[in-house]
Design a protein around this ligand. Structure first.
Ligand code: BG6
Length: 611
């Protein structure tokens, strides 16, 4: 999730672009760059690290001419680690280009362009677009035709802005799945990936839609869809700058809960062949021979990532038929586990900087094969393991993890499919069935988000409770743990997650009319009815029940409690992802009603880099 800013006008483009990127740095911050048209020449300046590193380069160049047109970018790496070569803007011939998104078919496009003589200087998918546009600008009669041809070659999500050194008065824009807006003001035009970047200059914006191509200049804005010119009405933004950074949501946590359909789509995108269901994990390429040797997988992590590992165990054992253990990294690092080269130690970490997880890898790398699932390119863990599978959740700002968790689950599912296919424990039909199911997830997640209002109402009724019990079975037991953790993290209310079948061996003693019991019931031939009987045990002790399920309109359930939150059903194995959503909302709204600092809760850090 990168930040994009473009400007044409009469003011100093550099300060407007740097000012805009500053407001977008929450979107990505591992490198940055700008391209300015100065004196008929395009000047590209890029730097690794925070925006401040880029600014330093301009402070050192007080003589730079005041440019009135330019583009700028802050990067959140997805392809190619943070480096100056991989920073945007990327140039090819007459084109300078910035991009936010993931080009799915970049490997084959790159090979084709190299055959045609293109020279690449980065590992990014973005540089391909610059070469394509340059090629077509040379071939086509006008810039829009060149843009049309460029996007017709691309598959994936993209929002890019380019300028052509031979047409220095216009910017070219294309949008598909990633956000991009145009801002209008007297004698100026702004382009940005998000409202905060331009809010201090204008509140009049045009939001581009998927498939829109645009050419903006001081003479006007031309937009087309499928080759036909269209008009997009401009809107007036009323948000204050802080709310704008949160996409109009009150907190980053709520924004990140709503980001999940996109972050899952970006995480599975380009990794599933829609025809065959075959999984292609490019950078995470253990061979079939290596996978066949794995007789044990040990998943290690901390916090929410540890809960993801508990679900991952079901995926590796049920799909890939590989025995799987899960351990807290802080315990594993001192446990001196029995390891050998047929064991894969797989670390899961959103930040890639959690000290316990890093040390757990250090303590096993000499004895076992190692790998990681991580959300941050260039983070420490990526330099400690043999292979890394990146989730593409984008930056997660709120301390309580939400979208990183669900993207970790989808990455673990992908990996189990890959290993299952390589080991032969999954035949082609099953692989295609599983892959097709996973591809339905982003849309069903969108539907599941509709439970927000019912979760808010129930949260209101229960926000004064001081203890909660979360119960579930099977692959949803870790979801109960995650729901309890979310509530603890942001509302400071005591909560425990427990396997529902284990309740009668202890926690049932806690149940009375003051103890809310949140029960997760996934559609399942066996476990649903078992969990219903646990519900009856709670009901008979006057426990107050909140039920979260993917079984619509279940009569007995609605008889037992009126506090039922329903989400769509996908499959038993993937139900943890959809059933987590109501628990995220429940925790969020209970915290809101208790007035705690949701994004920066007390005593917690986004990543604990000390032991
Ligand atoms: C904690 C965070 O510090 O670390 C949690 O508050 C997170 O949200 C945990 O789950 C593990 O972090 P990571 O980055 O290793 O997944």
């Amino acid at each position: 999730m990168c930040g994009i800013v473009g400007y044409i006008g009469f003011k100093d483009a550099l300060s407007i672009i740097l000012g805009g990127l500053e407001k977008l740095e929450y979107r990505g911050y591992d490198s940055a760059g700008v391209a300015l048209m100065e004196n008929g020449k395009v000047n590209v300046t890029r730097a690794v690290g925070k925006l401040s590193e880029l600014k330093k380069l301009f402070v050192a160049r007080p003589d730079s001419i005041k440019a009135n047109i330019g583009i700028g970018h802050t990067r959140w790496a997805t392809h190619g680690k943070p480096s100056e070569d991989n920073a945007h803007p990327h140039s090819a011939g007459r084109v300078s280009l910035i991009h936010n998104g993931i080009v799915e078919n970049y490997v084959e496009l790159r090979a084709k362009l190299i055959k045609e003589g293109s020279k690449f200087s980065s590992q990014t998918d973005t540089e391909i677009i610059a070469h394509l546009l340059n090629k077509y600008l040379e071939e086509c009669k006008d810039s829009i035709s060149a843009l049309r041809k460029t996007v017709s070659d691309l598959k994936g999500s993209y929002a890019f802005v380019a300028f052509d050194a031979r047409n220095p008065s216009e910017l070219l824009i294309a949008k598909n799945a990633s956000p991009i807006i145009i801002g209008q003001s007297e004698g100026e035009v702004f382009v940005a990936s998000d409202i905060p970047a331009i809010l201090s200059h204008t509140r009049q914006i045009v939001i581009l839609h998927d498939g829109d191509l645009a050419r903006v200049s001081l003479d006007g804005i031309y937009i087309e869809q499928d080759g036909k010119e269209i008009k997009r009405t401009s809107q007036i933004v009323t948000w204050d700058p802080i709310t704008a950074q949160k996409g109009g949501y009150k907190h980053f946590m709520l924004k990140e809960i709503h980001d999940q359909p996109q972050s899952i789509a970006d995480t599975i995108r380009a990794r599933i062949n829609r025809e065959s269901g075959k999984i292609d994990l490019a950078e995470f390429d253990f061979s079939a021979e290596e996978v066949a040797k794995f007789n044990r997988i040990i998943l290690i992590a901390c916090g929410t990532s540890w809960h993801a590992c508990l679900v991952g165990k079901f995926y590796f054992e049920k799909i890939a038929r590989i025995p799987c253990e899960v351990d807290y990294a802080s315990e594993f690092r001192y446990r001196e586990p029995v390891l050998d080269k047929n064991t894969l130690v797989l670390a899961v970490s959103q930040s890639g900087e959690t000290a316990d997880t890093l040390s757990a890898i250090d303590s096993s790398a000499k004895f076992a094969r190692t790998a990681a699932i991580c959300n941050v390119l260039g983070s420490s863990i990526t330099r400690k393991v043999e292979k890394v599978l990146f989730t593409h959740a984008g930056p997660e700002i709120s301390v309580a993890s939400t979208k990183a968790f669900t993207t970790q689950l989808s990455a673990l599912y992908l990996l189990a499919l890959d290993f299952g296919a390589k080991k032969g424990s999954l035949n082609n039909d099953d692989l295609l069935r599983h892959s097709k199911t996973l591809l339905r997830l982003p849309l069903l997640l969108e539907e599941a988000l509709a439970c927000e209002e019912s979760a808010r109402k129930i949260a209101k009724d229960f926000s004064s409770a001081r203890d909660f019990l979360y119960l579930a079975r099977g692959e949803c037991y870790p979801v109960a743990l995650e729901g309890a953790l979310k509530l603890k993290e942001i509302s400071y209310i005591h909560a425990e997650g427990y396997p529902a079948g284990e309740m009668k061996h202890g926690p049932i003693a806690l149940i009375d009319e003051n103890m809310p019991v949140v029960v997760v019931l996934q559609k399942s031939d066996v476990l649903f009815d078992k969990t219903i009987s646990n519900l009856r045990e709670v009901e008979s002790r006057d426990g107050k029940i909140i039920a979260v399920t993917d079984t619509k309109g279940h009569e007995e359930l609605h008889r037992i409690t009126s506090n039922v939150i329903e989400v769509p059903h996908i499959s038993e194995l993937l139900s943890p992802i959809l059933l987590t959503i109501p628990l995220q909302f429940l925790a969020y709204y209970i915290a809101i009603f208790n007035g705690t600092d949701v994004d920066q809760p007390r005593n917690l850090a986004k990543s604990v880099t000390v032991e």
